[in-house]
Write a new protein. Structure first.
Length: 281
């Protein structure tokens, strides 16, 4: 499957990249904006204030060590004071503020992941008619692919929003549940485009259809995760500024069509397997 996907990716690079980029680029730009907004909303925060307070306590402790009192009584009192200030420095982080910042970070993470997954889902949906026609040797292009998506946009939104939010929440829970859910919903976009199902029905059918095909699905999503890391690394090659997310988004738009093509071929193979096994005799 991967070799066939790579062959289609090489031979129809322009059509695949242009088709997927219509969804991938806006999703990546919106996610980058959400990252900037999320960082700005944290501000200097209580954590920064706690670190400043701790540094002040450490400076006072060092000054007193450099100028110790002359009498034993004063030295004993100084040791008690140093202990109290050390405890103050260790408890400078307000648990309530820390929890509040954690909730905001978690919320931003879910929003960013949902945006990226939504872009991937729409790109996947547009790739379905394109890959099917290209694999059969018929002429195809972005205009035809997105016309098909437009005809099924209601079903795709209902399916994509539900799936993206579930995967985003799963990704927040130590990543692995999110990857498993993403793999389980791998066939939801083709199902919504070709089979007339939407929402929960499409997600559940995707999960059932993957029986015997979990390996390729997880492999394609592992490739998507790897390409995401590569795209982020490419973005860091340019100086900090507005061009960094642009370069990262362009790298993602060039790389993601390969695993997306693989997911379309996975749906084709799973459908053929179901027809063979359910045929009488």
């Amino acid at each position: 499957m991967l070799s066939e996907a790579l062959s289609l990716y090489r031979r129809h690079f322009g059509a695949l990249v242009l088709t997927c980029a219509v969804a991938l680029l806006p999703a990546n730009f919106l996610a980058a904006g959400a990252v900037v907004f999320g960082i700005a909303s944290l501000g200097p925060g209580n954590l920064g204030e706690a670190q400043t307070h701790t540094q002040q306590v450490q400076k006072k402790q060092q000054d007193r060590r450099d100028n110790p009192p002359a009498t034993p009584e004063a030295q004993a009192e100084q040791a008690k004071q140093l202990g109290r200030e050390a405890l103050e420095g260790g408890s400078a982080v307000d648990p309530g503020s820390f929890l509040h910042d954690f909730v905001r970070i978690a919320y931003a993470t879910v929003i960013i992941a949902a945006l990226l997954l939504g872009g991937l889902f729409l790109a996947h949906a547009a790739a379905v008619p394109l890959v099917f026609e290209l694999s059969q040797g018929r002429p195809a292009g972005p205009a035809r692919a997105w016309a098909v998506v437009a005809s099924r946009i209601g079903a795709l939104i209902a399916t994509g929003v539900g799936g993206a939010l579930l995967v985003a929440v799963g990704a927040l829970l130590f990543v692995v549940p999110g990857l498993v859910l993403a793999a389980g919903f791998s066939l939801a976009a083709p199902i919504a485009v070709l089979e007339g199902l939407s929402g929960r029905a499409a997600l559940e059918r995707s999960w059932r259809m993957l029986h015997g095909h979990w390996g390729p699905a997880i492999g394609m999503w592992a490739l998507i995760v790897a390409f995401s890391l590569v795209a982020s690394a490419v973005g860091f090659l340019v100086p900090p500024g507005p061009w960094r997310p642009v370069v990262s988004a362009l790298a993602a738009a060039l790389l993601f069509p390969l695993p997306i093509t693989g997911l379309v071929l996975l749906y084709r193979d799973a459908s053929q397997y179901i027809r063979r096994t359910s045929a009488p005799g």
